[in-house]
Ligand binder design. Structure first.
Ligand code: WT7
Length: 640
């Protein structure tokens, strides 16, 4: 086993294998397809591709179309064959401190058994298998077992309510659902399968439900439909050869938390997706698979979990930490305890988590030896400079680069991020990666070279979504109608500075227009969060007779500060100074917590509903639904 222990002196892979970033940009720019072919050749192909990109049906692009490969073989078999079977794939760490050490050979073993079990249930290549599991190793096993036999997985985040799970299963026509008897969250157990039962009755196409026995929660089983994961694996044969699949064979569907009603079933395929995630994971995070211990805090139910907790790390053969729990359970220093215990070298998390950690105080990370860390990643929203500096100083000890990574469920892998050895400005994700072409366009489609515009991706890339499940029309209209089929419209506004660095300003639907001036929610939130008395903030627009829209700020005061009139006055002044009088909030609502999805996205839609007096819509994707009650009271009864 080759893992870095907690006392290991941090080493820099880049120092030993320097990445010449500028040469890489130049090489990709000179021969984009040749560059991507080179990246794809890091994978193990059963049949090598001869065509790199077929764009005859653009924007339905086909990458490496005549090659065949298998994702699970790339993640497991080839490492075991290379003698790395004893390497730890995952240090799994449970909510209550239990641990499981899963080696590459052990994972391969269980994946083969479960793949055979799925075959025994009649699953064949192209069938959709739903997966609704908490952060337990069986979630990884289920994904890879599907990949092994060409079944298409559709992971539905463990925090989704039964109805949301049912809708997604119906939409994708899943034949099998893999779920769990119970899931643990902050010391409580939810009987997941039991709660799903009523919804499952409404899904005629669902033939089998496989239940992982994880907690012993009450779990009625329907004979003929439901079976235990453990029983199936015990009865299954140990060998299940990976099926070579065409590169364009779908690997998974993932429904994105869209801002409109119907979720979008984003389709990713085998060869292109794997190329994108392995390339970016290796390059952006300066990965040294022989020594690093990688810790991505995302849930497996989101794209970050798919790409950087499962496929990227496994395909690159690195050791990861897989943590079941919440960041504040059993205590608010648990992540730092894990970093020390497992000797984590790279941590990949979200700004919201960093701000939460900030509000809990420096002394918690200060109790642990974090010297194994050598790089810190950020994803999901723009990282405000205050959080960036805190992350850099307190967690990174001032010596680890902070790498802000911009991408989306649709892009499959990171698109914009600084490379090792280049300079990044706090709050900017820097430049598009080699092989990626991005441009800002104004409303008329004219390129913006220095200023604000709509972010677009102007060349296809291997890990791009191929379509929306069963809805080619919506794929075209969502992403390729505004500026034509050559230009993928991201849905984010961004600013491009004089050095060619991109600053993501937020979704185009999160732009607030005050007196005809466009203000970015991200920019305002970043300014408010920069005030020392503030732990976290979100702003939304309310209709205003005078200015069109006005700003309402929801603010969580930092430890020890009270949300009162004095602080409100301070904040208004602070914002005037930072952004301008225009951005001063019309109202500040003090709150102990903001409504966030489990992946940490602030649900501004709910805040808008609250301040405009509309009934609040669907709250099932909230990490902490109870937050809404406190907020409703705060909005109705201002403290002053
Ligand atoms: C949207 C995509 C990518 C995995 C997690 C979210 C925002 C993402 C950043 C970043 C600023 C970011 C964008 C994007 N976003 N990363 N580094 N800086 N904004 O995946 O749910 O598909 O959301 O998240 O608005 O469009 P997602």
């Amino acid at each position: 086993m080759t893992t870095a222990g907690p006392s290991t002196v941090p080493r820099s892979f880049a120092a030993r294998h320097p990445v010449d970033a500028e040469a890489l940009y130049a090489r990709a720019a000179a021969d984009r397809l040749g560059f991507w072919a080179e990246q794809a050749r890091h994978l193990a192909w059963d049949k090598p591709f001869t065509t790199v990109l077929d764009d005859t049906e653009a924007p339905f692009h086909r990458w490496f179309p005549d090659g065949t490969l298998n994702a699970s073989a790339n993640c497991l078999d080839r490492h075991v064959a290379a003698g790395l079977g004893d390497r730890v794939a995952y240090h799994w760490h449970g909510e209550e401190g239990e641990t499981r050490t899963i080696t590459y050979a052990g994972l391969l073993d269980e994946v083969q058994r479960f793949a055979n079990a799925l075959k025994g249930l009649g699953v064949t290549a192209g069938d959709v298998v739903g997966i609704h599991l908490p952060m337990i190793p069986e979630a990884v096993v289920a994904m890879l077992a599907c990949a092994r036999i060409g079944a298409v997985h559709n992971v539905v985040f463990g925090g989704f309510a039964p109805q949301a799970v049912g809708e997604r299963m119906a939409a994708c026509g899943a034949r099998v659902l893999v779920t769990v008897d119970g899931a643990r969250r902050k010391g409580r157990v939810t009987a997941v399968k039991q709660a799903l039962d009523e919804t499952l009755e409404t899904l005629p196409g669902l033939e089998h439900v496989v239940v992982v026995g994880a907690t012993g929660a009450p779990c009625p089983m329907r004979p003929g439909r439901d079976s235990w994961y453990g029983d199936l694996c015990a009865a299954a044969g140990p060998d299940c050869p990976a099926v070579p699949l065409p590169a364009e064979h779908p690997l998974f569907l993932l429904y994105s938390s869209g801002s409109t009603a119907a979720p979008k079933g984003i389709v990713h395929t085998t060869g292109g997706y794997l190329t994108g995630v392995t390339y970016t994971h290796r390059l952006v995070f300066d990965l040294d698979p022989d020594h690093d211990v990688w810790f991505c805090t995302a849930d497996i139910g989101w794209i970050t979990g798919h790409s950087y907790l499962v496929y990227g790390p496994l395909a690159n053969g690195v050791t990861s930490v897989l943590f079941e729990g919440a960041p504040d359970h059993p205590h608010k220093g648990i992540w730092w305890e894990l970093v020390e215990r497992y000797g984590v070298t790279q941590l990949y998390t979200a700004p919201t988590a960093i701000r939460a950690a900030m509000s809990w105080g420096e002394e918690l990370p200060g109790r642990h030896d974090l010297s194994s860390l050598r790089l810190l990643g950020s994803v999901g929203e723009p990282i405000n400079p205050t959080a960036w500096h805190w992350y850099h100083r307190v967690i990174g000890g001032g010596r680890c680069p902070v790498v802000d990574t911009w991408w989306q469920t649709e892009t499959g892998s990171i698109m914009i991020a600084p490379l090792p050895g280049t300079t990044a400005k706090p709050g900017s994700a820097a430049r598009p990666l080699p092989g990626v072409s991005a441009a800002l366009l104004d409303a008329d489609g004219t390129p913006v070279t220095n200023g604000t515009g709509l972010l677009t991706l102007t060349q296809p890339w291997p890990s791009m979504l191929r379509t929306l499940h069963g809805d080619d029309e919506r794929y075209l209209s969502t992403y390729f109608s505004r500026f034509g089929k050559e230009t993928y419209v991201v849905g984010d506004a961004a600013r491009l500075d004089e050095d060619g660095h991109f600053w993501i300003l937020g979704r185009t639907d999160d732009v607030i227009n005050v007196s005809g001036h466009r203000l970015s929610t991200a920019e305002m939130e970043s300014a408010i969060a920069a005030h020392p008395a503030v732990a976290d903030a979100a702003v939304v627009a309310v209709p205003d007779e005078l200015t069109g829209q006005a700003v309402v700020a929801f603010v969580t005061p930092a430890d020890g500060r009270a949300g009162d009139a004095a602080l409100e006055a301070e904040l208004r002044e602070h914002i005037s100074v930072r952004i301008g009088k225009l951005a001063r909030p019309k109202r500040v609502v003090w709150t102990e917590a903001l409504p966030k999805t489990r992946s940490g996205k602030i649900m501004r839609r709910l805040l808008r509903d609250l301040v405009t007096g509309r009934p609040t819509g669907d709250v099932t994707t909230l990490g902490e639904p109870a937050v809404m009650d406190a907020l409703t009271a705060a909005v109705a009864h201002p403290a002053h």
